[in-house]
Design a protein around this ligand. Structure first.
Ligand code: MG
Length: 270
């Protein structure tokens, strides 16, 4: 099931998308959205008898995390190497504020404070239930589904600050979308799903979730041993190698095979 959050010009609604998707997760032109009653994270899946065409809606971030985005650094060996460091011995956690979340098609604002804005295409995990101390073997019980993320980073500020709250935390630094896919599980990602980033149409990251150093159950167990996870919290699982700069006017697309493509454009901040 693909759960989307969307608007037709009025208040945001949730819906389930029906229709074929291609290998990269692009939906067919005739896809429909069955409108749901309420927010599925809190009320469950309650379909109404109302349907709209996917082509007639604007997709929004499929979830606004109630409390936090927990992100993992250096979780692909080749990316850790390109950053000039060793692999961390256990998952390296940091937080992005929920105010950094934007949706498909929304602008990523280029802050005045940086001259080195980078993309990081990533698989995102959406938590479905309040939980803490989750054993790895029960991680799937607390996962609602998966979406695509861009862990936008001010690389120069990441280096100069020493910790990453500012470098990773500006408004618009966490595009999520285009929807939440609930029919995949950690096994699918362990087998390998392509994670690709295109910048202005050029392929700049070409990784696979097969190469995650710490897999999804391990991340859920590790994070929930530190902090309670709430419904709608999001885990970013790390980026493959190939990170690099974006400039004002650039279009960045992050795709995960079978999951979808998240597209955003970089815009100057006033
Ligand atoms: Mg990252």
């Amino acid at each position: 099931m693909r759960i989307a959050r969307f608007t037709t010009g009025d208040d945001p609604q949730f819906g389930v998308i029906t229709g074929d998707i291609d290998e990269l997760g692009q939906p067919a032109d005739d896809s429909l959205v069955t409108v749901l009653r309420g927010d599925p994270l809190y009320t469950g899946i309650e379909p109404t008898d109302q349907q709209v065409r996917l082509a007639d809606v604007r997709l929004l971030a499929p979830v606004i995390p109630r409390s936090k985005v927990v992100a993992i650094g250096k979780n692909y060996a080749a990316h850790a190497a390109e950053m000039g460091g060793d692999l961390p011995p256990e998952p390296l956690m940091f937080l992005k504020p929920n105010t950094s979340v934007v949706g498909p098609g929304d602008p990523v604002f280029y802050p005045r404070q940086t001259t080195e804005l980078h993309y990081e295409g990533e698989l995102a995990v959406v938590i479905g239930r309040i939980c803490r101390d989750v054993p790895a073997e029960q991680a799937t019980d607390v996962i609602l589904g998966y979406t695509v993320a861009n862990d936008v980073t001010a690389r120069d500020l990441q280096r100069s600050d020493g910790q990453w709250s500012r470098a990773k935390g500006f408004d618009s630094f966490c595009p999520l979308g285009p929807w939440i896919e609930t029919d995949l599980d950690p096994h699918d990602f362990a087998e390998g799903r392509a994670v690709q980033t295109h910048l202005n149409g050029d392929l700049v990251q070409d990784g696979s979730t097969r190469d995650l150093v710490f897999d999804i159950p391990t991340l859920v167990a590790h994070i929930s041993s530190v902090m309670t996870l709430l419904p709608g919290d999001v885990i970013l699982t790390g980026t493959p190698e190939g990170v690099g700069p974006m400039h004002v006017g650039d279009e960045v697309e992050v795709s995960i095979a079978g999951l979808g493509t998240l597209t955003n454009r970089v815009v100057a901040r006033d």
